[in-house]
Design a protein around this ligand. Sequence first.
Ligand code: COS
Length: 390
Amino acid sequence: MPDRDVLAWPFFEPEHRAWAAEVDAFAQGLPAHGEDIDRATIAITHALGEAGLLRTAVPEDGGLSVRHLCLARDILARRDGLADFAFAMAGLGTAAITLFGSPSLKAEVLPAVRRGEALAAFALSEPEAGSDVAAITTSAIRDGGRTWRINGEKTWISNGGIASVYVVFARTGEAPGARSLSAFVVPASAPGLTVAERITVAAPHPLARLRFADVRVPANHCLGAPGEGFKIAMTVLDHFRPTVGAAALGFARRAFELSLARATTRRVFGGLLFDHQMTQDALASMATEIDAAALLVYRAAWLKDTTAQRISREASMAKLFATEAAQRAADHCVQLHGGSGVVSGSRPEVLWREVRALRVYEGASEIQKLIIARAERDRALGGTGRVAAA
Ligand code: COS
């Protein structure tokens, strides 16, 4: 459960508090998972689906509630990074379909993912196009009137290798840059789609590089209109970046809990670790940054849910601050645990590794800064073409 104080904030309605209690009950009952990450991810996804919790990640009525997503990630990440991952991927992997899919595509793909019986993935990054989405070279060419033919490579694809459906972004026009990308729904079983490599990362989760060699998909598997792919990707990321901040918040809360428990029980120099001002400095910084991160995350989520406006600036601030603060919290946690904090598999060490990737994926911290700075410039320009001096 996020701190009860948070749930009393004006960002939330009674339905959000009920949801938080439901997710918390699920998280409390989560069994420890084994070493086989593919199997564990599939099992947790299944359990989330069976419990009905994927109804917010893959909603039936079309609207994604960012507050529900953030609360779930905050709670799940505090308990188990892989549970957070499984929940997030059901949402990220299908969000483009939820937001832009035709009724028939939604009916074809979403129910099985909502039940936790099928896994989905968001295939945007490429070996030569990570931060620079507009540099994508995977191509989709019309093959007669009824089919698209996709060629290229995608990498760092979460759920890659175990997903049954991929949302794939590819270039469909001659124009360079952002204007000629399109998004396609590609079943994992499509001939020509292969897993080129499984990738092992610091905090293990299913990840792969995918190869597309003359993969054919029907014309109606294109999401939105051809050429709208970049905006679809960015709209999905506007919804999900605050949720990455929420996961970071969950990890930071866990780091704080462990740190406080350690500081108030570990004896040093004839007293408690807590008695030292440097320990109090670390705890005070962590607590303050956790609240600041929560305010930014739930501000962005509330804004997305309650207004029609683009929230790129607020989403980026939430992700940037929460993930960087969580890394500092995890690092303090390791430090306060001394030697036991760097033992492989210890909770502080696992947390430290788990947080690291959040500062990279769905837009590295540097990309979030770029988005925030551009938004500030555009607000200051106010249509005049010049930033007014104070
Ligand atoms: N929602 C809707 N439209 C958006 C948008 C958003 N959030 N952000 C940008 N757009 C639109 C712009 O308005 C612009 O439209 P027009 O051409 O009609 O004016 C178009 O998309 C291009 O935008 P921009 O010029 O900002 O694109 P850039 O190529 O400069 O790229 C960044 C912008 C760097 C922000 C983008 O590439 C990005 O987010 N990169 C990180 C990618 C990422 O998160 N990767 C991880 C993959 S998932 S693990």
